[in-house]
Write a new protein. Sequence first.
Length: 509
Amino acid sequence: MKKLLKAISLLLGIVFLFGMFASCKTVDPSQDEGSDAISGTVEVYYWKSGVQITFLEKLKEAFESEHEDITIDLSGASADANVFFNTIDQGASINTIDLYIGTMGAFWNRTEYLEPLDDILDYTVEGESKPIGEKISTVSYKSDDNRTYALPWQESVTGLVYNKEMFAANGWDVPRTTNELIDLAEEIRQAQLKNDGDTVTPFIHFANGYWKYLIEPWWAQYEGVEQYNNFWAAKYVAEDGTVEQPSNLVWKQQGRLEALKVLEELLSPDGSVYPESNSMSNTDAQAFFTNGKAAMMANGAWLETETKKELPQFEIMRTPVISSLGTKLGITEQQLCDTVDYVDGVTQTKPSGVSDEVIEQVRTARSITFTEAGNFHVVVPKYSDVKGATKEFLKFMYSDEGIRIMAENIESMPAAKLSTGEDVDTSSWSGFAQNNYDLQKQATFIYKRMNYALFYMTDLEEAWATQPASVFSNSNPASRMSAEELFNMLYNNMTGSRWQKYLIQAGLD
């Protein structure tokens, strides 16, 4: 009898343990479809960087007042930019984040964990005249399967910030072309102005620099926006129209070399860059800049937020047109300057000897602006248990009401525009922010496109494997390279076995 009872007890124990293991079985996050529940708590991760979280707090307040069954939890905000990559593949059993808002440039190799958001793009908010997708024009996130897994939320302006007061006090004109910028930098070096014992330099930057906000627009000005975008698809188009993809020849686009030549001329001469720039943090460099240690700095619309003060004496200038474009178009430097004045509205007189076609090419070049919108977006885990509620919040975020809340609190136009086509009210914004908004309205935006496997499946996350600014401004002249040398090195690094390695990693071999 005891043996029978023991056998029964053993059997029950095995059944119990089996049940425990079965109930603890991990669901593959890429196969977990979560729940479309339209009520509950939506946990939000927000990357706290150059934009304060205030806009999200205001969105939460307005949204919850209209949706009593949904709570937006912002307690997961963090300064850690890697939260997405560290958590998205964990699945619902570990990761409770329902909405990521931040910087996730290479999310493309995580789309198996993401919820398609095409229904948000197709949705028309009650009382509005167009779907949300038509209100977003800057960035496209279509994947290979023709689905959209991310939406942009910020449309940041970048460029060359200059000290207006310093310029005015010294009679310096804002440059229209890169040749004028090069001449201005030389004039500033020769002036030997002093600031608390330090010599004022033309430029300042930090270790990783923001010079891509200038050299990539110059590259796109010379090549054209389509060719610049072709780089991010490794798509080489020969002069006869022949297309090769993937091709490492995109690293040899002439516009890249022309942009590097300009940067070399700006930064290589001694005294061009504030000392120790190549080892500074961004916050230190920005503090030195706004305290008058340098006349110009490549930066963006977040400068006021990160320095925590209004900057009425500073402004982002319209990006000077690369002078070699004039040579390419068959016009002189003076004609290029006159054409810039014409397209800027400084003069109503057409430049002499310049065709309408060339004028339009210069007009487009003048408007090209790099935006970080390609990095700043929102994504939703497909395994979230409140996907319906999360999407309701996104619909509100991209509604005209939500856009106005965001614009007011960011002091910048979000990536989505008002359905009415009207401007947002900027009367309460700082002068710095108002100027940025004017630049936004005139801009032809370019951005880092990470939707091609060669980039999102490898470590090719930037157009420049080596920071050109640190090369040209190296404190040891013997360690500097010429633009031509750097250009060739960057191309040579993408040939032979290394190129094959990247193709294999990307599944393109």
